[in-house]
Design a protein. Structure first.
Length: 351
C-alpha cells in the first residue's frame, strides 16, 4: 500500500506493517519516516536494529539468515536494508520475494534507497512487499506541496509565519528541508510570539550586526545609486547569501508594481499608501519611487529578477552580486542600464 510522508504518523496509529519501502531523493523525508517507524516499533518491543548496506559484493543470504533468526538481545528486531541506487539482481529479487511471502511477526524489514522508477515498481519482489507492507515515496517537495509541508512544520513548532516570511525562508534555504527545519527549530527556541513577518525573520537568518537588507530597500526607494552600490558591495564582502538580496529586490518591486497599478487606475498616491499600509516613515520614500519609476520600468525589473533567479538556481552566474547590483540600479529610474546574463548582454532602457 502506498502512503505519503505526511501520512506516516496517522498510519502507524493503525498498527505496524511487516515491511516498509522508503524510496526517494528527499533525505529529510526519508529520515523522518524511518525515525517515526522505528519509534513506533520500539514502543512495541522492537528494540534491536540490524543494518545492511548493499554493495556489488553483498551477500544477500545474510539478510535471509538474519530475518529468520531469533534476536540475541530482544524479542523483536528491525532490519534496515540500504539499497542506495543498487538494483537487486535476479537471485536477490527471488530472495526478497520469498521474504515478502513469509513475513516474520518478530521482525520488521525496512528497505531504503533512491527514487525507484516504474520498472522496479513493476518487479515481482517490489509488488510482493507493496502488497504486504507500506510503500512511502519521499520525493522532493515543490510549490504548494512544499508550503503545505512548511505549514505543518510551523504548527508542530507553534509558530505563525506570514506569507512573505515563508517565502523568504524557502528561498533563503533553496528548498532544503533540513535547513528549513533547523531554522524553524531555532525560531521556536527563541520563543517568538505572535505573527512572524519577513522583517522579523531576516535578522535570524543572518547576523544582524553585519547586515540590514532593509537599508538596501530604503536606498532603492530613494533612488540613491551611490548608496545602493555601497550597500551591495558591503553585502558581497560579508558573503551575504544572494537569495536574501534577491528577496529584498523582489519584495520591493512587487509592492511598487501593485501600488503603481492602483495609481494608474485613478486612485491618489496618498490613498494607495494608506491602502497598502505603508509605514509613515516610508511614505515619503515610497511616493518618490512611485513618481520616479514608471510601470514599464517596473516590468523590466521584474523580468530581470526572474531571469536572475533562474540563472542563479542553474549556477550560471560568474558574479551574482554584480548582476544584483545592475538590477538594483534599475530602481533609480527608467535610464539605460546594461544587465549581463549567462554571458549575454541585455539592454534595459525606457522602452
Amino acid at each position: 500500500m502506498r502512503i505519503y510522508p505526511n501520512q506516516v504518523a496517522s498510519n502507524l496509529k493503525q498498527g505496524l506493517a511487516p515491511f516498509y519501502l522508503l524510496f526517494g531523493e528527499e533525505a529529510f523525508l526519508l529520515n523522518l519516516a524511518a525515525t517515526q517507524i522505528k519509534s513506533a516499533a520500539k514502543s512495541q518491543g522492537f528494540d534491536e536494529i540490524i543494518r545492511f548496506a548493499v554493495s556489488p559484493q553483498f551477500d544477500w543470504q545474510e539478510v535471509l539468515q538474519e530475518y529468520a533468526s531469533l534476536s540475541l538481545f530482544s524479542n523483536r528486531k528491525i532490519i534496515e536494508l540500504e539499497l542506495g541506487d543498487s538494483k537487486p539482481n535476479a537471485a536477490a529479487s527471488k530472495l526478497l520475494q520469498s521474504l515478502a511471502q513469509n513475513p516474520n511477526p518478530d521482525c520488521i524489514l525496512m528497505l531504503k534507497g533512491e527514487k525507484v522508477g516504474s520498472d522496479i515498481q513493476r518487479g515481482a519482489w517490489f509488488k510482493a512487499f507493496d502488497k504486504e507492507g507500506i510503500f512511502i515515496p519521499c520525493y522532493a517537495l515543490q510549490g504548494n506541496q512544499l508550503f503545505a509541508w512548511l505549514d505543518q512544520q510551523c504548527q508542530q513548532h507553534h509558530l505563525q509565519l506570514t506569507a512573505d516570511a515563508k517565502t523568504l525562508l524557502v528561498e533563503y534555504n533553496q528548498d532544503n528541508l533540513f535547513a528549513i527545519a533547523q531554522e524553524l527549530e531555532k525560531l521556536s527556541l527563541l520563543g517568538l510570539k505572535g505573527s512572524i513577518s519577513a522583517e522579523v525573520l531576516a535578522p535570524t537568518l543572518v547576523n544582524q550586526s553585519r547586515l540590514d537588507v532593509f537599508d538596501l530597500s530604503d536606498a532603492l526607494l530613494k533612488g540613491d545609486s551611490e548608496k545602493i552600490s555601497k550597500i551591495v558591495l558591503k553585502l558581497k564582502q560579508e558573503n551575504v547569501e544572494p537569495t536574501i538580496i534577491l528577496w529584498a529586490l523582489v519584495r520591493e518591486c512587487e509592492s511598487l508594481e501593485a501600488m503603481a497599478r492602483a495609481v494608474s487606475l485613478g486612485d491618489s498616491i496618498s490613498n494607495v499608501l494608506q491602502q497598502f499600509k505603508v509605514w509613515k516613515n516610508k511614505q515619503t520614500l515610497t511616493e518618490s519611487a512611485l513618481r520616479r519609476i514608471d510601470q514599464l520600468q517596473l516590468n523590466a525589473i521584474m523580468t530581470a529578477l526572474a531571469e536572475f533567479d533562474l540563472a542563479y538556481k542553474q549556477h550560471l552566474h560568474i558574479d551574482a552580486y554584480q548582476h544584483l547590483l545592475h538590477i538594483s540600479l534599475m530602481f533609480v529610474g527608467p535610464l539605460p542600464f546594461v544587465v549581463p546574463f549567462n554571458n549575454k548582454v541585455e539592454q534595459y532602457s525606457n522602452l
